[in-house]
Design a protein around this ligand. Structure first.
Ligand code: NDP
Ligand code: 8X3
Length: 264
């Protein structure tokens, strides 16, 4: 039977766009209380307004840079001023920077990916765990990727950090055994968000090509799955879930419809 998410405290990192923003709206529609973090506070505030309209019991936003421990600590401290428990933690902040081969990789891109996708999950989880371990039935849902399961050319560091995310998820589940806290990894394939614009540093043409001729996943698709996972009864833990658009049979096998010929 579904567990109600009404009034539950749901903390989402990277809630200013993409999966995070869509997920905030879906939990809002369930009547949850939202704690939203990201670096772009103006975007967070806009998401929060939409969440209130969608039915959120409360929305709170605070700047969060998961790549800096002091920022994460300040966010956790702010969280503790609002609630002494968190019911759902969604470690979503992250993304890819560049698509260079190992031979051509840039330090700044590598460091940004390690800091946000890998160390960010560690920092946020460490800071928020004290608000969850006394709360059986709570859920930690980490956003991994198909890239954490299969390597591809130009994806070395991104694949590496998402693979680390999967292992962190598995280790954490073992460490929390007996607390009643559930830990899962949701691993999407191709999804159209701001992800590719970030990866290609604002190049809209390269970004659009990623999704050309196929129907990719959307933020809503992933948000629905996160709501589903968090609303299972407390004895049910969805450990790992790989979700791809139908056109993506495998990481290297993506079916694309040819573009329709231009009308004369
Ligand atoms: P978006 O670029 O739309 O969203 C990324 C979010 O992460 C933004 O809200 C951004 O907020 C936040 N973020 C990035 N770096 C930091 C940071 N250092 N501190 C705090 N927040 C940060 O992309 P998606 O929604 O697609 O990405 C969400 C997650 O899903 C990422 O972890 C990504 O790797 C993963 N993913 C994406 C897939 C896809 O194809 N789209 C597939 C599989 C996984 P801000 O810039 O305001 O800080
Ligand atoms: C994003 C999916 O295949 O672009 O995590 O790496 S992919």
């Amino acid at each position: 039977m579904k567990t109600s998410l009404a009034g539950k405290w749901v903390l989402i990192t990277g809630a200013s766009s993409g999966f995070g923003a869509a997920t905030a709206l879906k939990f809002a529609a369930e009547g949850s209380r939202l704690l939203l973090g990201a670096r772009r506070v103006d975007r967070l505030e806009a998401v929060a307004q939409e969440c209130l309209k969608a039915g959120a019991a409360a929305t709170h936003v605070h700047r969060l840079d998961v790549s800096e421990t002091p920022s994460v600590e300040a966010f956790a401290q702010w969280t503790r001023t609002l609630t002494d428990k968190v019911d759902v933690l969604i470690n979503n902040a992250g993304g890819a920077h560049g698509i260079d081969t190992v031979a051509n990789g840039k330090d700044a891109d590598w460091e940004a990916m390690v800091q946000s996708n890998l160390l960010g999950v560690m920092r946020v989880t460490r800071a928020i765990l004290p608000l969850m371990v006394q709360n059986p039935g709570a859920s930690i849902l980490n956003i991994g990727s198909i890239a954490g399961r299969v390597a591809y050319e130009g994806g070395s560091v991104y694949c590496g950090v998402k693979s680390a995310e999967l292992m962190i998820t598995r280790a954490l589940r073992l460490e929390l055994s007996g607390t009643g806290v559930r830990v899962g990894s949701i691993d999407p394939g191709l999804a159209e968000t701001e992800f590719s614009m970030v990866r290609f540093k604002g190049d809209a043409t390269k970004s659009a090509k990623v999704y050309e001729g196929l129907e990719p996943l959307t933020g809503d698709d992933i948000a629905d799955i996160l709501v589903f996972c968090a609303s299972r009864p407390p004895h049910v833990c969805i450990d790992e879930l790989l979700v791809k658009c139908t056109a993506q049979a495998a990481i290297h096998k993506v079916h694309r419809q040819p573009a329709a010929p231009a009308k004369a």
